[in-house]
Design a protein around this ligand. Structure first.
Ligand SMILES: Cc1cc2nc3c(=O)[nH]c(=O)nc-3n(C[C@H](O)[C@H](O)[C@H](O)COP(=O)(O)OP(=O)(O)OC[C@H]3O[C@@H](n4cnc5c(N)ncnc54)[C@H](O)[C@@H]3O)c2cc1C
Length: 101
């Protein structure tokens, strides 16, 4: 679970860097930011959930901040565009790129 958290965190950082690099080049970067937002907002939920599981009962107690974190990060998948809507945009852009190539 620790390894899976590291993988999710590393992939999240990489996708944010890709999106920021596209913005730095002056591109609209809608595709890259949608991919990063969707992945990171879902990855952070997986990371905290694994951390809770690793800690057992302590993980859901008020002695650790994990249960509070889990509650606070859940809206990440909803605001600034819910995951389903970002996936729709990502798929639409990917389809257009495939048609154009
Ligand atoms: C903590 C928090 C802070 C917020 N802050 C702001 C803010 O500062 N400014 C602001 O303007 N708004 C803010 N919002 C509102 C937020 O942007 C909306 O909640 C969000 O856009 C989703 O809209 P909705 O709640 O009306 O859900 P809906 O649009 O009703 O969506 C409900 C569900 O249906 C799914 N869905 C919708 N359309 C499709 C589709 N075409 N295909 C598949 N699934 C679909 C969604 O993915 C979602 O799971 C905030 C929300 C939260 C929870």
């Amino acid at each position: 679970m620790i390894a899976d958290n590291e993988i999710d965190l590393a992939a999240s950082r990489a996708l944010v860097i890709v999106a920021c690099a596209a913005l730095d080049r002056g591109e609209s970067a809608g595709h890259e930011t949608s991919i990063a937002k969707t992945f990171v907002s879902e990855a952070v939920g997986r990371v905290v959930d694994r951390a809770i599981q690793l800690c057992g009962g302590m993980g859901v107690s008020d002695d650790l901040p994990l249960a509070r974190l889990a509650r606070e990060i859940r809206p990440f998948r909803i605001y600034d565009g819910p995951s389903e809507v970002h996936r729709w945009s990502i798929a639409r852009r990917a389809s257009r790129r495939a048609e154009a190539s």
